[in-house]
Ligand binder design. Structure first.
Ligand SMILES: CCCCCCCCCCCCCCCCCCCCCCCCCCCCCC(=O)SCCNC(=O)CCNC(=O)[C@H](O)C(C)(C)COP(=O)(O)OP(=O)(O)OC[C@H]1O[C@@H](n2cnc3c(N)ncnc32)[C@H](O)[C@@H]1OP(=O)(O)O
Ligand SMILES: NC(=O)C1=CN([C@@H]2O[C@H](COP(=O)(O)OP(=O)(O)OC[C@H]3O[C@@H](n4cnc5c(N)ncnc54)[C@H](OP(=O)(O)O)[C@@H]3O)[C@@H](O)[C@H]2O)C=CC1
Length: 420
């Protein structure tokens, strides 16, 4: 057994965001490689009419967990779903559950966040800043806590070209933002948001940067590490290749291209497509948890998990590969044959949006109306183009992330653990 897998044996682990994309893969890897762990506590809220138990059952019953059932048949007994809503200041966790979390937790992986680029500042601060603060306060009351691993993003300082593995100060103190949001009404918040976020491209990346400042300011004597993944894509190897369960980031764009909805996207073809497989991110998260707990670095270390340094790709290569894949394995019933390209300037992009996206959607909706069906294509196309407009910032730029800490960590791993 690997040193890292053995480390998690017998441990009580708290994962926030365990029902999310990253959290599910983290949970799966832990159960599959450390089946003798004591318990994984997951903070879960009811969603889409499902109870906590139904949500947990759906996750454990999914294809992602097929291998877990073989190596950890009693997985249901090792997962403890605890009702929590990170929108509430005390997470709305019951006294009994809170007592158990505080007295038993050994490792925390804080993955929960709102990852929407178009969330309101109030909601994004609540989830990405205040909730982090609340969790740090809880962590400071955990006598058995060995490490607190905070998941941020490599884009939390995307207003910089070169980003080091350090925590950068934000223009306004997180505490001042949090206090102001308590009495400002939504209209005023909407008005001041652009001035507050300054040269950050969206509220998501801005609040992730604020969250890192909170981690630095409220770390007390906790043993903390911050992980910054770039664009997290589908699984590369574990538990099987190609698993993804959301339409965020590239996933949505790739699907839209394969269905023939998207025919052009404003991108810089040679810009670095810094996509990192989710299982690679999880392997490094577990290594960081082990290193932080065992070696107890004197300060909060930041780890960049990016691919641009090690295995650079660009959007052109990715686009060619995506189109070639859809040639070989097309979607069923596409709207049109996949045939897309990058445009380089705004005018060309607007032209293609009108000619190749909006006009065909309107024509198709007319056909649906004439055949007595409800029009839906124009609404779908507008949502897609809105999504693309939010992602364009990231596909028309390249960044350089230093990876000294990540390389140092890799050098500390056994050959078996380096293979993941
Ligand atoms: C020889 C010459 C050859 C030339 C060939 C050249 C090649 C040219 C090819 C060009 C074509 C291109 C091909 C593709 C190439 C790849 C390009 C990729 C570009 C993408 C770049 C990605 C950059 C991402 C950067 C991210 C940086 C930060 C990373 C992070 O830290 S967090 C990342 C995660 N966050 C995000 O991605 C946020 C973005 N998303 C959002 O903010 C929101 O989703 C949104 C954009 C606001 C959209 O919100 P919506 O409300 O519109 O959508 P919603 O989320 O509510 O969902 C819409 C409906 O879909 C339903 N739905 C949601 N999830 C799922 C699901 N998992 N499965 C199914 N259905 C789902 C949802 O329910 C909604 O439906 P409804 O409820 O009925 O309304
Ligand atoms: N995906 C990516 O490309 C990248 C992600 N990251 C970071 O990784 C982390 C996980 O991201 P990802 O898995 O993609 O995100 P998801 O949106 O898939 O998951 C978010 C998780 O947070 C939980 N959550 C959100 N709001 C609440 C709430 N009010 N109460 C309780 N739980 C809540 C969600 O629970 P529920 O299921 O109930 O909604 C879900 O489990 C985030 O911190 C993100 O910033 C960093 C870089 C890239």
């Amino acid at each position: 057994m690997s040193t890292i897998a053995a480390f998690y044996g017998g441990k009580s682990i708290l994962i926030t965001g365990a029902t999310g994309f990253l959290g599910k893969v983290l949970m799966e890897k832990l159960f599959r490689t450390s089946p003798d762990l004591k318990v994984i506590y997951i903070l879960v809220r009811p969603k889409a009419g499902q109870t906590l138990q139904q949500r947990v059952f759906q996750i454990l019953d999914s294809k992602l967990f097929e291998k877990v059932k073989e190596v950890c048949p009693n997985v249901h007994e090792k997962i403890r779903a605890i009702y929590a809503d990170l929108n509430q200041n005390d997470f709305a966790i019951s006294k009994e559950d809170m007592q158990e979390l505080l007295s038993c937790t050994n490792i925390i992986f804080h993955c929960a966040a709102t990852v929407r680029f178009d969330d309101t500042l109030r909601h994004a601060v609540q989830l990405n800043v205040t909730a982090t603060r609340q969790l740090l306060l809880m962590a400071s009351q955990m006598p058995k806590l060995e490490a607190f691993i905070h998941i941020s993003t490599a884009y939390s300082n995307c207003n910089l070209k070169h980003i080091d593995e350090v925590i950068y100060p934000c223009p306004v103190e997180p505490k001042k933002i949090i206090d102001s949001l308590e009495w400002l009404d939504d209209a005023i918040i909407d008005e001041i948001t652009p001035k507050l976020i300054r040269d950050w491209p969206n509220i998501y990346t801005y609040t992730k940067a604020l969250g890192e400042m909170v981690v630095q300011q409220e770390s007390r004597n906790l043993n903390i590490a911050i992980i910054r993944p770039s664009i997290v894509g589908a699984t590369w190897q574990e538990p099987f290749p190609g698993w993804v369960d959301n339409i965020n980031g590239p996933n949505g764009i790739i699907i839209a291209t394969g269905k023939g909805f998207l025919r052009a996207i404003k991108a810089t073809p040679m810009a670095v497509a810094d996509v990192i497989p989710v299982d690679t991110v999880v392997n490094l998260m577990l290594a960081v948890g082990w290193y932080t707990a065992v070696h107890r670095p004197k300060s909060t270390l930041v780890y960049h998990i990016t691919s641009g340094n090690m295995n650079p790709c660009n959007w052109h290569k990715m686009g060619v590969q995506v189109l070639a894949t859809f040639e070989k394995i097309p979607f069923e019933r596409p709207f049109r044959r996949p045939n897309a390209n990058f445009t380089s300037n705004s005018f060309t992009s607007q032209y293609w949006n009108a000619v190749s996206h909006r006009a065909p959607a309107i024509i198709y909706d007319c056909y649906l109306r004439l055949t007595g069906r409800k029009p839906r294509m124009t609404k779908l196309m507008n949502r897609l183009l809105r999504t693309v407009s939010m992602l364009e910032y990231f596909i028309n730029r390249s960044w350089e992330w230093s990876t000294y800490n990540t390389e140092m960590l890799m050098s500390e791993l056994s050959p078996e653990d380096q293979r993941g």
